[in-house]
Design a protein around this ligand. Structure first.
Ligand code: GSH
Length: 204
């Protein structure tokens, strides 16, 4: 059975919970108390020197980084409907979309999110936040183009991208960015996916 070092408030961990449950892979959750800085101390710091969750344990093999974990499991198990197509260019386009999700949405999103959640307003770096919101707005416009003729972002089915976005689009109202119609419909569709709503409602 797999083990997953995780924290209930960690969106990156939630990605892996969603994936493991979507693929029906049995696992056990090992909670790391970030609020007690358990992630910065031994033994966890020896498992991941960056002190971050999630980390997957597969029979003595340790792997950090949510995307890397999902890819590893996807490659290890040969599912009937793999997320990565055998067609090299389709796989490359998925990789492109994954990088854009991280750099054009999750990264600028986290700047806004952490400021609003944890920093007093008088200390906000407003220029950086404005720039981040502009990037998110542009990203949504690009997604809107894809979603004009698709219900999902890649190969028109729920997949890797939806799993990466899910824990972050839940916080969309914090972004105070105009959400285009099709993107709004897609957000609702993704959050209503049974495994997504179950994991996001769960505190583990
Ligand atoms: N790129 C990593 C990011 C992981 C990450 O930032 N985890 C946060 C929780 S959501 C964490 O452990 N933060 C603790 C810290 O940085 O001290 C991934 O995709 O897994």
């Amino acid at each position: 059975m797999y083990q997953l070092y995780s924290n209930p408030r960690s969106p990156f961990s939630k990605r892996v919970h969603i994936y493991l449950q979507y693929r029906n892979l049995p696992y056990e959750t090992l909670t790391i108390a970030l609020e007690k800085l358990e992630n910065r101390k031994k033994p966890f710091i020896q498992i991941n020197p960056y002190g971050k969750v999630p980390v997957l344990v597969d029979d003595g093999f340790f792997l950090a980084e949510s995307q890397a974990i999902i890819r590893y499991l996807e490659e290890k198990h040969s599912f009937d409907s793999p997320f990565f197509s055998k067609e090299i260019q389709k796989g490359a386009l998925l990789n492109q979309a994954i990088q854009r999700c991280e750099s054009e949405f999750c990264f600028p999103g986290s700047i806004v999110y952490f400021a609003k959640k944890f920093v007093p307003e008088e200390k906000w770096d407003t220029n950086r936040m404005k720039d981040s919101l502009k990037r998110i707005g542009r990203h949504f416009d690009i997604l809107e183009g894809i979603l004009e003729s698709n219900d999902y972002l890649h190969e028109n089915r729920f997949g890797f991208l939806e799993i990466l976005y899910a824990p972050f689009i839940r916080q969309i109202e914090l972004m105070e960015v105009k959400v285009p119609t099709k993107v709004g419909d897609w957000v609702k569709r993704v959050l209503e996916e049974p495994v997504v709503s179950r994991v996001l409602a769960d505190s583990n």
